[in-house]
Design a protein around this ligand. Structure first.
Ligand code: NAI
Length: 467
């Protein structure tokens, strides 16, 4: 039987694409080699890490801020239960996906998918049995894998030398965790283990953590992590990660020159980025072109150079974010169905789920400067917000950047408790090309943390009230 669409990979890009295609009455199948759907995000990424981040944040709050609220407790870590909570959370999500895939009458082809040619996909299951299916369209949604450190041999054993997967499943809290890479994964998973009692040292190549984020936000955030006990070695290039009898060592060189240093660790998390996953997909045989960084090359409509073959998510260019992949999945299904699929790449929020959270959408101040755009900036601190004081979440601020001439909001950055939820009102505003005055004149419920967004908008177009 011929399908309208076969989607290879059921991460957030793939399964969302398949559901949307089925909703649009396209005969749809998905190919998945893992036992569960959801890809990295649901199984070993976004979802399990958020379960651990939430649980460890509660542990930290119980130790440090409950007493100030008049709640006396003596918290004790039950790591086994915390990990069980994580596993249950993942299971609830994968079961949910099974339900959605069934509900939408999507066929599941279990095994490894390979593109034979446009219109033809083979699927080989665990027993080596292969079936071939015909389809009008193929969507590659195979995601990404751990990149490792270019030029450095890293022998991941997921016990001492960890990727993000192993760092979600340690049987005991390491005494000293060295994190290679001060990006999103390093800081999120570093936070989990720091809150549970590990000493965490982050070794980062760049001069700042969270490269690419607004540098003012990144600097303040680094100070806050420092107060939580994080140690940072910035401008430091890791050149070796070795296992020892007692644990491991990490060797790094100052980027600007100088002597190499070696530090000892009980565990090392290598979080130096991810790379597109295309192994075994048959792309070169099918004639699908890759770019210089190994990503599947696509046009503005997610079409590869081979008619009828599309690609979305981490395997193509752009930020490696689940929600970017999901939106591409919807848009490509709409495109295949003859509709006008579209993703606005200028308005993709990014959130780091640490404590406090860091959230951003649109341009950073650094980008506006580099691009020579005349802008104005409005800021407001959570320390001046009543709700934040009531909840003891006064760290951080909201920053809004708007075009100087038109007042159109070009970017929003939030460092603070709940930033990942609040960022979306700025994203919606930007989708509608709104101004800082539009945002400031929108009535915000009192008392809410979100009033800080309103005040920052007021500060952008005129003056805030409460400072
Ligand atoms: P990343 O690209 O965010 O950070 C990697 C860091 O490692 C960079 O700062 C880089 O300068 C540093 N680095 C590279 N080589 C190094 C070396 N030899 N020595 C020292 N430092 C070195 O990558 P990460 O954190 O591994 O995340 C992978 C992807 O997953 C990213 O695209 C990220 O956006 C995504 N992700 C997103 C999350 C979220 O949205 N909350 C959560 C987790 C991952």
């Amino acid at each position: 039987m011929a399908y309208d669409v076969v989607v290879i990979g059921t991460g957030p890009g793939g399964y969302v694409c398949a559901i949307k295609a089925a909703q649009l009455d396209l005969k749809t199948a998905v190919v998945e080699k893992q036992a569960t759907h959801g890809g990295t995000c649901v199984n070993v990424g976004c979802i399990p890490s958020k379960a651990l981040l939430h649980a460890s944040e509660m542990f930290m709050e119980a130790q440090h801020s409950f007493a100030d609220l008049g709640v006396e407790v003596s918290p004790k870590l039950n790591l086994k239960q915390m990990l069980a909570h994580k596993t249950q959370t993942v299971e609830q999500n994968t079961k949910g996906l099974d339900f959605l895939i069934k509900k939408n009458k999507i066929d599941v082809l279990r095994g490894t998918g390979k593109i034979i040619a446009a219109g033809k996909v083979s699927v080989t299951d665990g027993d080596g049995k292969t079936q071939e299916v015909e389809t009008k369209n193929i969507v590659i949604a195979t995601g990404s894998d751990v990149a490792g450190i270019p030029g450095v041999e890293v022998a991941f054993d997921e016990k001492v030398i960890l990727s993000s997967t192993g760092a979600l499943d340690l049987a005991k809290v390491p005494g000293h965790l060295v994190v290679v890479g001060g990006g999103v994964i390093g800081l999120e998973l570093g936070s989990v283990w720091a809150r549970l009692g590990a000493k965490v040292t982050v070794v980062e190549f760049l001069d700042s953590i969270l490269g690419g984020m607004d540098s003012e936000v990144a600097k303040q955030f680094q100070r806050m992590l420092g107060k939580q006990g994080f140690e940072f070695k910035l401008g430091a290039k890791v050149t070796a990660v070795a296992k020892t009898k007692k644990g491991a060592t990490v060797t790094f060189e100052p980027v600007k020159g100088g002597d190499a240093q070696t530090i000892e660790a009980d565990a090392v998390l290598v979080a130096t980025g991810r790379r597109p996953y295309t192994e075994g997909l048959g792309l070169s045989e099918a004639g699908v072109e890759l770019d210089q960084r190994g990503r599947v090359k696509t046009d503005a409509h997610w079409r590869t150079n081979v008619p009828g073959i599309y690609a979305i998510g981490d395997v193509i260019a752009g930020p490696m974010l689940a929600h970017k992949a999901e939106d591409e999945g919807v848009a490509v299904a709409e495109t295949i169905a003859g509709q006008a699929g579209h993703v606005n790449y200028d308005v993709i929020p990014g959130v780091v789920y640490t404590s406090p959270e860091v959230a951003s959408v649109g341009k950073t101040e650094d980008q506006l400067k580099a691009e020579g755009i005349d802008y104005k900036v409005g800021k407001f601190p959570f320390s001046a917000n009543g709700r934040a004081r009531a909840m003891l979440h006064t760290d951080g601020f909201v920053k809004i950047l708007a075009d100087k001439a038109t007042d159109r909001v070009l970017g929003g950055h939030i460092l603070g408790f709940g930033a990942g939820e609040m960022i979306h009102e700025i994203a919606v505003l930007m989708e509608f090309s709104g101004s800082s005055e539009d945002l400031a004149r929108t009535c915000h419920a009192h008392p809410t943390m979100s009033e800080t967004v309103k005040e920052a908008a007021l500060a952008t177009f005129f003056k805030p009230i409460h400072i």
